[in-house]
Design a protein around this ligand. Sequence first.
Ligand code: A2P
Length: 315
Amino acid sequence: MKKLTYKNGDQMPIFGLGTWKSEPGEVYKAVMEAIKTGYRHIDCAPVYGNEKEVGQAITDAINQGIVHREKLWITSKLWNNAHKKELIQPAIENTLSDLQIDYLDLYLIHWPVVLKPDVSFPKTPEGFETLENVPLEETWAGMEKLKENGLAKHIGVCNFNIKNLNTIMADAQIAPEMNQVELHPYLAQNELLQFCKQNNIHVTAYSPLGSKDRPDRLKEENEPVLLEDGVLKEIANNHGASSAQILISWAISRDTAVIPKSVNPGRIKENFDAQNIELTDKEIEMIKGLDKNRRYVSGSFWTTKGSPYSMSDLW
Ligand code: A2P
């Protein structure tokens, strides 16, 4: 299994299980199945509403002797309503308690967007807090403390553009080690990838299969369906594989971590097996031609009427 190496030598399996949209009631089985299949990297977040169940599966897998904690790479994220410095440690402690572990391998700021402490998703503009009041640099300083006190082995961000990365890097004692962003052939993010590479920031691809199960309110009419792309199907045929497997293999070929979500045992296995597929240079070139800057997770929920955030702040 290919791994990404951190500055201190720690290694993160490049392939992992996504848990966004995995419902309580099904995520326990999915995580257990994934660990039994050989997955060693699980991507979580409190806002997915399922960390307790993910934690139970991890705990049971460890107690049943299927895996040791040290062999697992567990990532979670700081939600937008806990960016204030006094809220950061309580937030990770909550997540650790739900996951039933005493450290995270990687802890990420989930969005460069701040909400009032009692708001998970704002219904009115008052639910937002501005970056002037709660700057990203201050939140980052709080993240650095978590690395220093060992609650998180590594720290990073999600959904950060180059400008926001530069903002926190200007003041940082510890540089961000990861940027997790939406990434697939329709949104290849070449410029961001190059910036991250130059600055030794690893990248994780979320929604690598195009997230067709995301809520309807995040969908647009007649949007292109990544898994039905003709070029991907053609390449999949060459390998006797599925389009999903080609997407996973493509992400790995670019040295980005990739966290496809599935709660289906057959697809959990299928996605794992994609690690064995090697694309040819010609196939990689064909995939290059698919880039169309198409976001499936546009962040429009942060730019509702009256919000202090706009799309140009995000991307
Ligand atoms: P399911 O959980 O029923 O397998 P993303 O990771 O981009 O968010 O995509 C997740 C979506 O893709 C879910 O609807 C998931 O459904 C589906 N999915 C996961 N693996 C595969 C696969 N190998 N083939 C087709 N669809 C898949």
